[in-house]
Design a protein around this ligand. Structure first.
Ligand code: ADP
Ligand code: MG
Length: 697
């Protein structure tokens, strides 16, 4: 249960003075609908009103507070579009206040001619004269204190003015309370970080622009809090799984060694290392939870097979879950081929298997006849019963939700947790791996099998499309197949689709019925169908929005054309490029950019030309763009961070990871004084899903 001390923070924003339903709705769009959400909404700049120059000394546009005497009013004629002007002066010069569509009586009341006023706002120099439109403060000199010397500037949203936002935030910040310290004292002292409350106050009450920077000690403290909460939550989950009884599965070698021996190639060092790590995990009596991270083409399949064979050597079953039918079939083909020299029964089950065929598979699965099952979500449906499933491989694991993984894991023997090997081809920076997959151990295939010809990558302007089409034509004449990717251009899928369809029509005019198209709005079966045609050579060109299935293997495809490449994240481009360069023939990737290519976009595309190493690309991507984009929002799986920024604070992640492990080693149920404070931290950042596994403190 959420600690009482946090209740006020989890209260609706509408409980704040000045926040009604309409404002709350606008707030929800940028932050959320609770006071807590407002607290995470930090100022990005300040307005300094301490500058009080004489009028003659103002030489350029700036925010000032001036003491002036009100002069003549120059109200525009009614219905005119001209503004209402009020002359003001001090001993040194004069200025004009400008109001568009004002309430006249209000202006007249506020600014009686001949009286002194303190006015604060932004002065502009217009045609050599000083003017200020819509001053933010107009007060009599005795009410000087109503003008704040320094005001934080918050990011805004439609429907809320800067002034209203500042007022709301002021009220929200009042609700913040001191919380018990959860960070280790030595760490605090070493880093020079303030406590939680002063940090939050420091961020919300900046005294200058520097105070709003993301690397002040107050910001770092809050970022660390959030990252620590993330790491702690992952570590709790991890310990939870490890605590349950697993089953030791020893590598006996009578299948694994034979298969490795028979491979037409030698394993790379990275593959051997990963296999060793996996075998060590499987031999343990606690369950394996390992992520195999490796670029497209790095050879994950054989590693998965060896791991599954260990399970089979122990007279248990293994299963591999693929996100699509077509991927399942490709796995089936390559696994049966690799395992052809040993006596292992491999079967496939997908949504397409119906009736008698399906019944036979289910029967063989239940009797233990089948050793390894490959398939889509069909393999964990309710009526699918395994004889003794002890090991599961999840391919392209980010494509599956937690529930789906749980459903598969639940197919094992009751009360025993299953060994799980998750695989992903999305290379992400090491530090980010910790935030996404921190509950798993990680093996990395950071080395490609030898003998690949690098993909010739070129960057070209999109207005040379006619040349591109001719080049495509020549390539097809020599038997090449090519992918043509149209980007998500707009927020709206409908518009994107229209762009892709347009290109499809254009290419069909040139290449006739040798062109196919796949997009996100198609049914899975339809998509598979078109892709199958492309794979078998019935189509030469596959036009696609970004849905090209990760992992699809068409070795004959040697050309990848990406329109508006500048709109993609680097990692996405890398994934797309990974579709080609899979066969013996030399492959080409054309990155077509639109007219206005900025500096960052240019350096990003150049990185693509310089390297094919997914991990290097991911690190560069992180430097150049936000973390959400590193992964591509669609397939991210990256948890949401409110205060921490993955670009600027990732150095805190390994620190928090070690911290979290140490904490739980010493205090597994978070029952000490600090442990209780840490529970509060978990609730504060809403990472409390694991707290229920702890003994109540
Ligand atoms: P991934 O699933 O990681 O994208 P795959 O397992 O499909 O990659 O392997 C890609 C290709 O590389 C396959 O054709 C496979 O046979 C081949 N391959 C795998 N390991 C090696 C190796 N050590 N040496 C040479 N080729 C390999
Ligand atoms: Mg694969």
């Amino acid at each position: 249960m959420r600690p009482e001390i946090l209740y006020p923070l989890f209260t609706d924003t509408q409980s704040l003075p000045g926040v009604g339903a309409r404002v709350a709705q606008s707030l929800e769009k940028i932050t959320g609908n609770r006071i807590l959400d407002l607290l995470w909404h930090l100022p990005v700049d300040v307005i300094d009103r301490r500058n009080t120059p004489a009028l003659k000394d103002i030489l350029f546009d700036q925010v000032v507070t001036v003491e002036v005497t009100v002069g003549k009013h120059d109200p525009a004629p009614a219905k005119s579009r001209k503004p209402y002007r009020v002359w003001c002066h001090d001993d040194t010069g004069q200025m004009q206040l400008v109001f568009f569509h004002p309430r006249r009586d209000y202006i007249q009341r506020q600014l009686p001619e001949g009286e002194k006023r303190l006015i604060s706002g932004k002065i502009e120099i217009f045609n050599g004269a000083l003017q200020m439109s819509h001053p933010e403060y107009m007060v009599t000199p005795d009410k000087k204190d109503e003008i704040p010397p320094i005001e934080p500037i918050y990011p805004l949203t439609a429907g809320i003015s800067a002034k209203v936002m500042a007022k709301i935030m002021k009220e929200a910040v009042k609700k913040a309370v001191e919380l018990p310290e959860w960070i280790d004292e030595t760490l605090l002292a070493r880093e020079g970080w303030p406590a939680w409350y002063p940090s939050l106050m420091g961020c919300h009450n900046p005294e200058n622009k520097n105070d709003t920077e993301i690397n002040t000690s107050a910001h770092l403290r809050l970022a660390y809090d959030e990252i620590l909460a993330n790491q702690l939550a992952l570590e709790i989950m991890r310990r939870q799984v490890k605590k349950k009884k697993g089953r030791p599965l020893e590598n006996k070698g009578f299948l694994t060694n034979v298969v490795i021996e028979k491979l037409p190639y030698a394993l790379t060092d990275a593959q051997s290392r990963s296999i060793k790590e996996i075998m060590a995990d499987m031999a343990e009596s606690s369950a394996m939870m390992r992520l195999l991270q490796g670029d497209v083409g790095s050879g994950k399949t054989v590693v998965a097979l060896i791991a599954m064979l260990v399970a089979v050597e122990n007279e248990t079953q293994a299963a591999i879950l693929a996100p699509t039918e077509i991927l399942a079939r490709q796995h089936y083909e390559s696994l049966t081929e690799m395992a052809s020299g040993v006596d292992v029964n491999i079967a496939i089950l997908t949504g397409r298997d119906k009736g008698k065929a399906r019944e036979k598979i289910l029967a063989d699965l239940a009797s233990g006849e089948i050793d390894i099952l490959i398939g889509t979500h069909a393999i964990f449906q309710k009526d699918v019963i395994y004889h003794d499933l002890a090991m599961a491989v999840i391919d392209e694991q980010h494509r599956f939700g937690v529930e789906q993984r749980m459903m598969l894991a639940a197919k094992g023997k009751q009360g025993i947790s299953m060994d799980v090997l998750a695989m992903t081809a999305t290379p992400i920076p090491r530090t980010l791996t910790l935030t996404v997959y921190g509950d798993m151990d990680v093996s990395r295939l950071d080395q490609k099998p030898p003998g690949r010809t690098p993909v010739d990558t070129r960057v070209m302007a999109l207005n040379r499309i006619d040349e591109v089409v001719s080049a495509a034509n020549r390539a097809i004449q020599t038997g090449a197949r090519l992918y043509w990717v149209c980007p998500l251009v707009e927020e709206s899928e409908v518009i994107d689709l229209a762009a892709a369809e347009e290109r499809f029509r254009h290419l069909t005019q040139v290449f006739g019925d040798r062109v196919g198209m796949v997009h996100g709005k198609m049914k899975a079966a339809e998509k598979d169908d078109v892709m199958q045609k492309f794979a078998s050579g019935d189509l030469d060109i596959l036009v696609a929005t970004t849905v090209i299935e990760v992992g699809v293997n068409v070795p004959e495809a040697t050309v990848m054309i990406i329109e508006h490449a500048e709109r993609f994240g680097l990692s996405q481009l890398h994934q797309l490029r990974g579709r080609v360069g899979r066969g013996a023939d030399k492959s080409t990737c054309l990155l077509l950019y639109g007219n206005l290519l900025g500096e960052v976009a240019k350096s990003r595309l150049n990185i693509m030309r310089e390297t094919e190493d997914g991990f290097v690309i991911a690190e560069e991507d992180l430097k150049l763009r936000g973390a959400g984009e590193v992964l591509g929002t669609r397939q991210s799986g990256l948890p949401k961070f409110r205060v921490a920024s993955m670009e600027d604070h990732h150095h805190l992640i390994p620190m928090a990871r070690d911290d979290a492990r140490l904490i739980l080693e010493k205090d597994a149920d978070l029952s000490s004084e600090r442990g209780k404070a840490l529970r509060t931290l978990l609730y504060l950042f809403e990472r409390d899903e694991g707290v229920k596994y702890l003994k109540s403190g």
